[in-house]
Design a binder for this molecule. Structure first.
Ligand SMILES: NC(=O)c1ccc[n+]([C@@H]2O[C@H](COP(=O)([O-])OP(=O)(O)OC[C@H]3O[C@@H](n4cnc5c(N)ncnc54)[C@H](OP(=O)(O)O)[C@@H]3O)[C@@H](O)[C@H]2O)c1
Length: 295
């Protein structure tokens, strides 16, 4: 089972398609039980995901087989100083307490762009130190751009790299960055398989600025639909088909959504379709960091 669960939706009202708001905490034990039964082991969280870490701390059954991935706090300023590096270490210890854990499976630099700043070695030093102390099994980074991957590989040997990828966003595959990470034995976690839920929404409801992507998506989906493949199956099928991807992190707001994902996941593997036809290349529409201007 390559599926992992992202939990930003459990701590904040997150997502361009999100009409339901933050997932009620009462839903989380059900989601965790369903996930565990289906063989999901990876849970992705972060201190900047609102109450996500705290909710997981309260709701995770003990013992459990989940592998927790959390992230560093955002660092203000243009330079990574000793003080900001120390603040990252302190915040990680707070994350452990909030998650009610003595260690986590992985700690990722939340914003790969921080590795492009002067003093980034200090940030890497904090992660390597926590790994030496066995408070984290793996260290790594969550990125938005190829340049952040290049810089990370210059600075250290990440165990895990989280990348955005989906049917419409195959840029890091085509650029060779995914292959470069695999050559270095890096575990790849993929997020935004549903582009924050947009790909699973009726595209007529997409904001007007997404029109170029909508036309492209609809022409590719027309072929997939003729082959009996739904948008959810296509989105998952793309991730399942890429053997380079180790974990497919999906965000869900309800156990209904989770169950739909299982069913589609099981079906997707046996429904081949041409994923190449979906690849799109407009950073402005593919990178949610730019979306505030793309309404
Ligand atoms: N920089 C980073 O490190 C970073 C950035 C973003 C995300 N993440 C991680 O990645 C995880 C996934 O987030 P994402 O943004 O990448 O989202 P995503 O997985 O691409 O999309 C998640 C959204 O898809 C919709 N959805 C899920 N199942 C569905 C179903 N069965 N039918 C219809 N809609 C469904 C839900 O939206 P609605 O129910 O609202 O429609 C949900 O919020 C996050 O939880 C977080 O852990 C990390």
């Amino acid at each position: 089972m390559k599926l992992g669960l992202g939990t930003v939706q459990w701590g904040t009202a997150y997502g361009i398609a999100n009409k339901a708001g933050q997932t009620p905490e009462s839903e989380i034990p059900i989601l965790l039980a369903d996930a565990a039964n289906a063989g999901v082991r990876t849970l992705d969280t972060a201190p900047s995901y609102g109450t996500s870490e705290a909710a997981l701390g309260r709701q995770l059954p003990s013992p459990n087989e989940f592998r927790l991935v959390t992230k560093t706090i955002p660092i203000p300023g243009d330079t990574i100083t000793d003080a900001s590096a120390a603040a990252v270490a302190d915040a990680f210890h707070r994350s452990l307490a909030t998650l009610r854990q003595t260690s986590v499976d992985a700690l990722l630099v939340h914003h790969g762009s921080e590795l492009l700043r002067p003093g980034a070695e200090r940030l890497v030093g904090v992660l390597e130190n926590l790994k030496k102390q066995k408070l984290v099994k793996k260290i790594g980074v969550s990125i938005y751009t190829a340049a952040e991957i290049d810089r990370a590989l210059e600075l250290f040997s990440p165990d895990v790299v989280q990348i955005p990828a989906s049917l419409v966003d195959q840029r890091l595959l085509r650029s060779g960055h995914v292959a470069a990470l695999k050559r270095r034995g890096v575990e790849i976690h993929v997020r935004s398989l549903f582009l924050q839920g947009l790909l699973l929404q009726d595209s007529r409801e997409w904001p007007p600025a997404f029109e170029p992507l909508r036309r492209h998506w609809e022409s590719a989906m027309a072929i997939a639909r003729r082959a009996g493949v739904s948008a959810l199956e296509a989105a998952l099928g793309f991730g399942i088909g890429r053997t380079e991807f180790d974990i497919l992190l999906v965000g869900v707001c309800s156990s209904t959504e989770l169950r739909q994902i299982w069913t589609a996941y099981a079906a997707a593997a046996s429904r081949p379709f041409d994923a190449d036809a979906f690849a799109f290349d407009d950073e402005r529409l593919l990178n949610p960091s730019h979306w505030s201007t793309a309404k």
